[in-house]
Design a protein around this ligand. Structure first.
Ligand SMILES: [Zn+2]
Ligand SMILES: [Zn+2]
Length: 308
């Protein structure tokens, strides 16, 4: 299961009813934020998510609406008596950004580690979760994130028997351990069934529609992208400011064969995004005009009963 919560859906500046961009994901004890706009610690509090147990923070880019919440969040973690280290991952320049953040959030009682994303694409593995940063097209270096939850392979007793594996080693091999016995080597591969489809989501803001996003968005269970503008002259504004319109996002979701699209990062000029619902759902039916606190528990696909 992958628990996803959009903490804020605003872009540029916060509004009284709309916090700035941040997305929370959690799976099997690993919790992460992507982006940390101003007021993220308040949005977490509102959603009853403890800031104390966030292990990782990924940043798409360093514009203030995605990063200005860091000092407040780190101080809230300190107030909650956090002692576990935290890892912050972002584009080139992350070290300088954190130096600035630490001028405000001095003396936090836990270690802050950072990783700089290298190149156009990089994957970070944490337990059963993997995060692939991919470069997108904004006015400054910016990355989208593909998040995958791996699914363990089933034990296949027929395969184990066919390969002549002694029953006493089945359990160890199923857990992924290699067994050496009487000059024989038994590998997990000898007892495991086919690879199984995991959970795939993508979070990407801010960007123009681009090939890397189209590629990573393919066959996602959930695609979260910006829908900065819906208004008639939105495309003009989006091209000028290197953003994406709601209509472009819906077309990209349709093309990518995603199951569901959540829009976020609305311009402050867009007060009532629901007015675009009909138009957007005509482009891509499963378009959700997300609100702060939009939440889903993504589960593995049901595989049915095997008949082999
Ligand atoms: Zn932004
Ligand atoms: Zn930006």
């Amino acid at each position: 299961m992958l628990d996803v919560c959009l903490l804020g859906t605003g872009g540029t500046v916060p509004l009284p009813e709309r916090w700035l961009t941040s997305c929370y994901v959690r799976c099997e004890g690993t919790a992460a934020l992507i982006d940390c706009g101003e007021g993220t610690q308040i949005a977490l509090h509102k959603e009853r998510i403890s800031c104390k147990h966030i292990d990782l923070i990924f940043l798409t880019h360093f514009h203030a609406d995605h990063t200005a919440g860091l000092p407040g969040l780190l101080l809230s973690m300190a107030k909650a008596d956090r002692t576990d280290p935290i890892m912050i991952i972002g584009p080139k320049g992350i070290e300088d950004l954190l130096k600035g953040v630490m001028l405000i959030a001095r003396y936090v009682p836990f270690e802050i580690y950072y990783r700089q994303i290298e190149g156009k694409e990089e994957t970070f593995e944490f337990g059963s979760l993997s995060f692939t940063a991919f470069h997108v097209k904004h006015s400054v270096p910016c990355y989208g994130y593909e998040i995958n939850v791996k699914r363990t392979r089933r034990f296949d007793p027929k395969k184990a028997e066919k390969n002549g594996i002694p029953k006493k080693f089945w359990g160890l091999l199923q857990k992924g351990q290699t067994v050496e016995h009487d000059g024989q080597t038994y590998e997990p591969e000898m007892v495991l069934g086919d690879e199984r489809k995991g959970i795939k989501m993508v979070y990407s803001t801010d960007t123009r529609p681009c090939d890397s996003l189209r590629e990573h968005a393919k066959d996602t269970d959930l695609l979260i992208t910006e829908g900065m503008y819906g208004v008639a002259d939105g495309l003009e504004k989006a091209v000028a400011n290197k953003h994406m319109t709601m209509q472009e996002a819906a077309a990209l979701a349709r093309e990518a064969n995603t199951k569901c699209l959540w829009l976020t990062h609305y311009s402050p000029i867009e007060h009532n995004v629901e007015e675009y619902a009909e138009e957007l759902r005509a482009i891509f039916e499963n378009t959700v005009l997300s609100k702060d606190g939009e939440r889903a528990d993504l589960a593995f696909a049901h595989e049915g009963v095997r008949d082999d």
